[in-house]
Design a protein around this ligand. Structure first.
Ligand code: DX5
Ligand code: ZN
Length: 214
Protein backbone atom coordinates (compact mmCIF):
# COMPACT_ATOMS: atom_id res chain seq x y z
CA UNK A 1 0.00 0.00 0.00
CA UNK A 2 1.25 3.46 -0.89
CA UNK A 3 0.75 6.02 1.87
CA UNK A 4 0.45 9.76 1.27
CA UNK A 5 0.12 11.71 4.55
CA UNK A 6 -1.67 15.04 4.08
CA UNK A 7 0.14 18.06 5.46
CA UNK A 8 -3.24 19.77 5.76
CA UNK A 9 -3.25 18.29 9.26
CA UNK A 10 0.36 19.24 10.03
CA UNK A 11 1.32 22.05 12.40
CA UNK A 12 1.72 24.95 9.96
CA UNK A 13 3.90 26.83 12.42
CA UNK A 14 6.26 23.85 12.45
CA UNK A 15 5.97 22.75 8.87
CA UNK A 16 9.67 22.01 8.40
CA UNK A 17 9.65 19.77 11.47
CA UNK A 18 6.60 17.88 10.20
CA UNK A 19 8.02 17.49 6.68
CA UNK A 20 11.23 16.11 8.16
CA UNK A 21 9.18 13.65 10.22
CA UNK A 22 7.65 12.46 6.92
CA UNK A 23 11.11 12.28 5.31
CA UNK A 24 12.21 9.98 8.11
CA UNK A 25 9.08 7.85 7.88
CA UNK A 26 8.25 5.15 5.34
CA UNK A 27 5.55 7.34 3.72
CA UNK A 28 5.69 7.17 -0.07
CA UNK A 29 4.40 10.60 -1.05
CA UNK A 30 3.45 13.84 0.69
CA UNK A 31 -0.12 14.91 -0.04
CA UNK A 32 -0.53 18.67 -0.51
CA UNK A 33 -4.14 19.93 -0.38
CA UNK A 34 -4.72 23.20 -2.23
CA UNK A 35 -8.13 24.81 -1.53
CA UNK A 36 -9.34 28.05 -3.05
CA UNK A 37 -12.51 28.92 -1.11
CA UNK A 38 -14.45 28.62 -4.36
CA UNK A 39 -14.37 25.02 -5.55
CA UNK A 40 -14.47 24.02 -1.88
CA UNK A 41 -15.77 25.99 1.11
CA UNK A 42 -12.36 26.43 2.70
CA UNK A 43 -8.99 28.02 1.96
CA UNK A 44 -5.86 26.06 2.86
CA UNK A 45 -2.64 27.47 1.38
CA UNK A 46 -1.14 28.08 -2.02
CA UNK A 47 2.03 28.18 -4.09
CA UNK A 48 4.52 29.69 -1.60
CA UNK A 49 3.69 27.06 1.01
CA UNK A 50 3.97 24.29 -1.57
CA UNK A 51 7.37 25.66 -2.53
CA UNK A 52 8.46 25.80 1.12
CA UNK A 53 7.41 22.18 1.64
CA UNK A 54 9.27 21.15 -1.53
CA UNK A 55 12.42 22.77 -0.24
CA UNK A 56 12.58 20.27 2.63
CA UNK A 57 10.68 17.28 1.25
CA UNK A 58 12.60 14.18 0.17
CA UNK A 59 9.45 12.46 -1.12
CA UNK A 60 7.33 13.22 -4.18
CA UNK A 61 4.71 15.93 -3.66
CA UNK A 62 1.26 14.58 -4.45
CA UNK A 63 -0.57 17.85 -5.10
CA UNK A 64 -4.38 17.77 -4.94
CA UNK A 65 -5.87 20.87 -6.54
CA UNK A 66 -9.32 21.66 -5.13
CA UNK A 67 -9.57 24.84 -7.16
CA UNK A 68 -11.54 26.23 -10.08
CA UNK A 69 -9.65 26.70 -13.37
CA UNK A 70 -6.76 24.48 -12.29
CA UNK A 71 -5.33 24.59 -15.83
CA UNK A 72 -4.17 28.17 -15.14
CA UNK A 73 -1.86 27.09 -12.33
CA UNK A 74 -0.39 23.74 -13.42
CA UNK A 75 2.88 25.25 -14.55
CA UNK A 76 3.21 27.18 -11.28
CA UNK A 77 2.62 24.09 -9.17
CA UNK A 78 5.14 22.13 -11.20
CA UNK A 79 7.65 24.92 -10.51
CA UNK A 80 6.64 24.84 -6.82
CA UNK A 81 7.73 21.20 -6.65
CA UNK A 82 4.71 19.04 -7.59
CA UNK A 83 5.49 15.61 -8.96
CA UNK A 84 1.88 14.40 -9.03
CA UNK A 85 -0.80 16.89 -10.07
CA UNK A 86 -4.46 15.99 -9.60
CA UNK A 87 -7.38 18.09 -10.79
CA UNK A 88 -11.07 17.64 -10.04
CA UNK A 89 -13.26 16.27 -12.81
CA UNK A 90 -15.99 18.65 -11.58
CA UNK A 91 -13.71 21.66 -12.20
CA UNK A 92 -12.53 20.70 -15.70
CA UNK A 93 -14.81 21.14 -18.73
CA UNK A 94 -11.86 20.19 -20.96
CA UNK A 95 -10.40 17.45 -18.82
CA UNK A 96 -8.60 15.66 -21.63
CA UNK A 97 -6.68 18.82 -22.52
CA UNK A 98 -5.88 19.53 -18.87
CA UNK A 99 -4.53 15.99 -18.42
CA UNK A 100 -2.31 16.41 -21.50
CA UNK A 101 -1.01 19.69 -20.05
CA UNK A 102 -0.04 17.92 -16.82
CA UNK A 103 1.77 15.18 -18.73
CA UNK A 104 3.59 17.69 -20.92
CA UNK A 105 4.96 19.25 -17.72
CA UNK A 106 6.44 15.86 -16.85
CA UNK A 107 4.16 15.29 -13.86
CA UNK A 108 2.05 12.25 -13.04
CA UNK A 109 -1.51 13.13 -14.00
CA UNK A 110 -4.35 12.52 -11.55
CA UNK A 111 -8.09 13.05 -11.67
CA UNK A 112 -10.02 13.49 -8.41
CA UNK A 113 -13.75 12.79 -8.16
CA UNK A 114 -16.20 13.91 -5.50
CA UNK A 115 -18.36 11.43 -3.58
CA UNK A 116 -21.43 12.11 -5.76
CA UNK A 117 -19.58 11.71 -9.08
CA UNK A 118 -20.01 8.39 -10.82
CA UNK A 119 -17.11 6.13 -11.77
CA UNK A 120 -18.71 5.94 -15.24
CA UNK A 121 -17.48 9.48 -15.90
CA UNK A 122 -13.91 8.18 -15.90
CA UNK A 123 -14.54 5.72 -18.71
CA UNK A 124 -13.07 7.88 -21.48
CA UNK A 125 -10.10 9.25 -19.55
CA UNK A 126 -8.93 6.29 -17.47
CA UNK A 127 -6.28 5.05 -19.93
CA UNK A 128 -4.77 8.57 -20.11
CA UNK A 129 -4.12 9.08 -16.42
CA UNK A 130 -1.69 7.79 -13.80
CA UNK A 131 -3.93 8.23 -10.79
CA UNK A 132 -7.55 8.57 -9.68
CA UNK A 133 -8.21 10.24 -6.34
CA UNK A 134 -11.52 8.88 -5.10
CA UNK A 135 -12.85 11.30 -2.50
CA UNK A 136 -14.26 9.47 0.49
CA UNK A 137 -15.39 12.74 2.11
CA UNK A 138 -16.68 15.95 0.57
CA UNK A 139 -13.47 17.90 -0.02
CA UNK A 140 -12.71 20.99 2.02
CA UNK A 141 -11.71 19.81 5.47
CA UNK A 142 -9.54 17.26 7.21
CA UNK A 143 -10.86 15.00 9.94
CA UNK A 144 -14.26 14.17 8.39
CA UNK A 145 -16.13 10.89 8.57
CA UNK A 146 -15.48 8.31 5.86
CA UNK A 147 -18.36 7.80 3.40
CA UNK A 148 -18.91 4.02 3.30
CA UNK A 149 -20.14 3.97 -0.29
CA UNK A 150 -16.52 4.61 -1.34
CA UNK A 151 -15.66 0.95 -0.78
CA UNK A 152 -18.10 -0.13 -3.48
CA UNK A 153 -16.88 2.69 -5.75
CA UNK A 154 -13.32 1.46 -5.31
CA UNK A 155 -14.35 -2.01 -6.51
CA UNK A 156 -16.16 -0.50 -9.46
CA UNK A 157 -13.16 1.63 -10.39
CA UNK A 158 -10.82 -1.36 -10.07
CA UNK A 159 -13.04 -3.27 -12.50
CA UNK A 160 -13.01 -0.38 -14.97
CA UNK A 161 -9.20 -0.22 -14.80
CA UNK A 162 -8.91 -3.97 -15.44
CA UNK A 163 -11.49 -3.88 -18.21
CA UNK A 164 -9.69 -1.02 -19.99
CA UNK A 165 -6.29 -2.59 -19.41
CA UNK A 166 -5.14 0.66 -17.77
CA UNK A 167 -2.30 1.08 -15.29
CA UNK A 168 -4.00 3.79 -13.27
CA UNK A 169 -3.49 3.79 -9.49
CA UNK A 170 -6.44 4.22 -7.12
CA UNK A 171 -5.82 6.67 -4.28
CA UNK A 172 -8.47 7.21 -1.61
CA UNK A 173 -8.72 10.53 0.19
CA UNK A 174 -10.65 11.31 3.37
CA UNK A 175 -11.44 9.62 6.66
CA UNK A 176 -8.81 6.92 6.24
CA UNK A 177 -7.83 4.94 9.31
CA UNK A 178 -6.85 1.31 9.92
CA UNK A 179 -10.44 0.07 9.69
CA UNK A 180 -11.49 1.95 6.54
CA UNK A 181 -8.00 1.40 5.10
CA UNK A 182 -8.41 -2.37 5.35
CA UNK A 183 -11.78 -2.27 3.56
CA UNK A 184 -10.22 -0.11 0.84
CA UNK A 185 -7.23 -2.38 0.45
CA UNK A 186 -9.54 -5.37 -0.03
CA UNK A 187 -11.56 -3.38 -2.58
CA UNK A 188 -8.47 -2.63 -4.71
CA UNK A 189 -7.00 0.67 -3.45
CA UNK A 190 -3.31 1.25 -4.25
CA UNK A 191 -2.71 4.41 -2.21
CA UNK A 192 -4.21 5.99 0.90
CA UNK A 193 -4.16 9.64 1.91
CA UNK A 194 -4.23 10.16 5.67
CA UNK A 195 -4.28 13.52 7.39
CA UNK A 196 -5.87 13.54 10.78
CA UNK A 197 -5.17 9.88 11.48
CA UNK A 198 -1.42 10.43 11.05
CA UNK A 199 -0.95 13.88 12.53
CA UNK A 200 -3.30 13.58 15.52
CA UNK A 201 -1.44 10.49 16.64
CA UNK A 202 1.27 10.49 19.33
CA UNK A 203 3.45 8.50 16.99
CA UNK A 204 2.86 9.47 13.34
CA UNK A 205 5.74 7.32 12.06
CA UNK A 206 4.19 4.20 13.57
CA UNK A 207 0.75 5.03 12.18
CA UNK A 208 2.30 5.34 8.71
CA UNK A 209 3.92 1.92 9.18
CA UNK A 210 0.57 0.38 10.15
CA UNK A 211 -1.13 1.87 7.08
CA UNK A 212 1.65 0.65 4.81
CA UNK A 213 1.33 -2.85 6.21
CA UNK A 214 -2.43 -3.11 5.63
C1 DX5 B 1 -10.03 16.78 2.11
C2 DX5 B 1 -8.59 16.68 1.66
C3 DX5 B 1 -7.91 15.53 2.29
C4 DX5 B 1 -7.76 15.65 3.77
C5 DX5 B 1 -7.79 14.28 4.34
O1 DX5 B 1 -10.62 17.87 1.52
O2 DX5 B 1 -8.51 16.52 0.26
O3 DX5 B 1 -6.67 15.23 1.67
O4 DX5 B 1 -6.57 16.28 4.15
O5 DX5 B 1 -7.79 14.41 5.70
P1 DX5 B 1 -8.29 13.27 6.68
O6 DX5 B 1 -7.39 12.08 6.47
O7 DX5 B 1 -8.12 13.93 8.00
O8 DX5 B 1 -9.72 12.96 6.34
ZN1 ZN C 1 -6.58 15.67 -0.62
Amino acid sequence: MLVSPSILSADFANLQRDVEMLNNSIADWIHVDIMDGSFVPNISFGLPVCEAVAKHAKKPLDVHLMIVNPEKYLDNFKKAGASHLSVHIEACPHLHRTVQQIKELGCKAGVAINPHTSINQLEDIITEIDLVILMSVNPGFGGQKFINQTVEKTEKLKNLIIQKNAKTLIEIDGGVNLETGKWLKNAGADALVAGNFVFASQSPGDVIKLLKAL
